[in-house]
Write a new protein. Structure first.
Length: 342
């Protein structure tokens, strides 16, 4: 992941970005979002300012929103759903609650790796899941790949959240795609043997546990680390400042990445306005906002990234087609269960 645009060029893009179509005042879009309101509402307000299209927002957990779409069926008021992880986007497609978005803008803006081959969903931001280690306790030269974390040398030194977490399921699915089921299951057994404690809590809890000396390594998405560093809680800041980022698998497939993404619902009644909103969310303005506020990487290849993200260095990202993660997700869950991953 490399920053390409100068800050001046990015600022110019943000100032000058505007949607070409000004909508009628009575147009609206109904959006279900698994992103918290504060992480999406300012962008929606900006969209309304530019277009006149009102956005009605409903937020909830990803699983709850999917069940809601299934129960509402064709009578659902939702036009769009924003959710996190390609696994969840794949589940929505498989459940029959999405439809392709016909947009040359989205196809041109978003790399093929980060969108559904049939156009059912498109990535909005990238979420990297590297190895985080405690500075001074781990020599970064001793780190290399996810696979190497199964080595007995790391026994009792790894913190990671549970197997029912979609982020871990997708990470394991990416390993199945790269290494096959048998090798990945052997790796999972080794990783479980090296866990410092039974999995519990979220990614922030893994980082806090490492900082507290319960383990030396945490597997977590980088935006959680960014959130802790920017937190108003001194204890979270102190814990995060003890951690460093290591990008695994740089000599082969690359570090595992995922997306937050958007899909048009099967029941969508405001398709044109919904398409405009989806296109706005991959504009330079929106992408810059995602990076600054959410600590996630832009999905646009040439977008600028924030100084904090730049400080963690550039990295090679896994280029596996993310739709594969959803396809291998059920096998990943069964594999993790067989390996004893709680």
């Amino acid at each position: 992941m490399k920053p390409h645009l100068s800050l001046l060029a990015l600022a110019t893009a943000i100032i000058t970005t505007a949607l070409p179509v000004i909508a009628a005042a009575d147009e609206e879009v109904n959006l279900y979002s698994a992103r918290k309101e504060e992480l999406i509402k300012p962008l929606l307000d900006r969209f309304t300012e530019q277009t006149g299209i009102r956005v009605n927002l409903v937020t909830d957990k990803a699983e709850t929103l999917l069940k809601r779409l299934e129960s509402e069926g064709i009578n659902s008021p939702a036009d769009l759903i924003i959710t996190v992880d390609a696994g969840n986007l794949h589940r929505a497609k498989e459940a029959g609650v999405t439809q392709p978005i016909a947009s040359e803008v989205l196809i041109a803006a978003i790399p093929e790796t980060y969108r559904d081959p049939e156009g059912h969903w498109f990535g909005l931001s990238l979420r990297a899941r590297p190895i985080l280690y405690v500075e001074g306790k781990v020599d970064p030269d001793s780190l290399s790949t996810y696979e190497a974390l199964a080595d007995p040398a790391w026994q009792g030194k790894i913190c990671i959240r549970s197997s029912d977490n979609i982020y871990n399921q997708s990470m394991v699915a990416s390993m199945i795609a790269a290494d096959g089921v048998e090798a990945t299951e052997a790796w999972a057994r080794g990783l479980v043997a090296n866990m410092a404690r039974p999995p519990r809590g979220g990614d922030r809890d893994q980082i806090a546990a490492a900082a507290a000396g319960q383990c030396d390594i945490a597997i977590a998405n980088t935006y959680y680390l960014a959130g802790m560093l920017n937190s108003g809680d001194p204890s979270q800041v102190a814990a995060a400042e003890m951690m460093r980022v290591f990008w695994p698998n740089q000599d082969d497939r690359g570090t595992h990445v995922n997306v937050s993404g958007i899909a048009m619902t099967h029941a969508a009644k405001n398709k044109d306005a919904a398409t405009q909103l989806a296109e706005f969310l991959v504009s330079p303005e929106s992408q810059a906002w995602y990076a600054e506020v959410n600590g996630e990487y832009p999905v646009l290849v040439d977008a600028e990234i924030t100084p904090l993200l730049q400080s963690w260095g550039t990295f090679k990202a896994d280029e596996v087609q993310l739709s594969v993660l959803g396809e291998y997700g059920p096998e990943a869950v069964r594999l993790m269960d067989r390996a004893g991953w709680k």
